[in-house]
Write a protein of this length. Structure first.
Length: 324
């Protein structure tokens, strides 16, 4: 346990350095972006005093090092300030949009990992079978299909042609309410089916193909021969083999989850889903720097946190791994 504590401490120090570097790069990139957010509200025909007052209210007239210091303190304390255009705290905006993205992504990710693990484990265990061959062909096809194409296709078929499901949004117009009441409603579930289907059709392929390959490596291990010699049934042996084959899957799920949450901008636009990716695009178009910076920051922290959790979980899944 002492080795694990030292490892966690080292990883936390590394994460702190990465976060500080990331924030510095973000600050520089946003300063290099063309345009001035005050230009949307004021132009050269306005009195200079009014222009200066607007810049001062947003802290844009301060020296660069002062802006950088304020920026670092605010980001590290999660004090993102107020949106330039929505007249609301940035934190509440990002939390709301992130919750909406989680409501769309988590069901699809859960189903993808669960079913992908089961399918991949069985396919790897039954190497050379018709099941394995069919799984490889179909999953490689799904893996190569662009998400935006699949999204448009299911919209055309199920929403516009058959009219079985709604074409977009989280709920029907006028049906919005408290978040938990909304996500537990039947109307939300109808809106969730198509986005979940699109994300699942692609993301289930990763765990399945990865676990199949990992299972092929584990299948010839000596410990399986020992389990067979002890007389364990084939189903129990399959469970033990799957557990040992899951180690690469932990890293894959952690990394993929982080990138999925920040990479579904196109799907959120196609399905008119008010998520964090769509909000980021709108913020960049509007030069709403506080919202854009907060969205980038939250996405980056998600990826770093998931990678950290995956590293720690290694030792819990595989007892052969020790931390020094």
């Amino acid at each position: 346990m002492g080795g694990l504590r030292r490892y966690i401490l080292r990883r936390l120090m590394t994460l702190l350095f990465v976060v500080l570097s990331l924030l510095t790069i973000m600050f520089a990139l946003f300063k290099l972006l063309p345009g001035d957010p005050t230009a949307i509200f004021v132009d050269n025909n306005f009195p200079q005093e009014m222009i200066e007052r607007t810049r001062h209210s947003w802290g844009l007239d301060a020296p660069l090092y002062v802006q950088y210091a304020r920026y670092m303190v605010n980001m590290l304390t999660f004090d993102f300030g107020n949106s330039f255009f929505q007249v609301a705290p940035v934190q509440s905006i990002v939390v709301e949009k992130l919750a909406n993205t989680c409501a769309m992504m988590l069901p699809a990710l859960f189903l993808s990992v669960l079913l992908g693990t089961l399918i991949g484990a069985v396919a790897g265990w039954k190497r050379g079978s018709v099941f394995e061959s069919g799984m490889i062909v179909s999953f490689l096809f799904l893996r190569s299909a662009p998400s935006f194409f699949v999204g448009i296709l299911v919209l055309m078929v199920f929403a516009y042609q058959l009219r079985w499901l709604p074409s977009g949004g989280m709920v029907s117009p006028g049906a919005a309410g408290p978040f938990w009441q909304m996500v537990l409603s039947l109307d939300f579930l109808k809106h969730l089916i198509l986005p979940t289907l699109v994300v699942f059709s692609r993301e289930v392929t990763g765990p399945a193909l990865l676990l199949r390959s990992s299972m092929l490596e584990v299948k010839g291990s000596d410990f399986l021969d020992i389990l067979r010699a002890k007389g364990l049934p084939a189903s129990r042996i399959l469970v033990h083999a799957t557990r040992n084959a899951m180690l690469p899957l932990v890293t894959y799920v952690a990394v993929t989850t982080g990138f999925i949450f920040q990479g579904q901008v196109v799907l959120e636009i196609i399905f008119a889903w008010p998520g964090v990716g769509r909000e980021l695009v709108n913020a960049l178009n509007d030069l709403d720097y506080p919202v854009a910076q907060a969205a980038f920051y939250v996405m980056a922290l998600t990826i770093l946190a998931l990678n950290f959790i995956a590293d720690v979980l290694y030792g819990l899944i595989d007892p052969r791994i020790s931390y020094h």
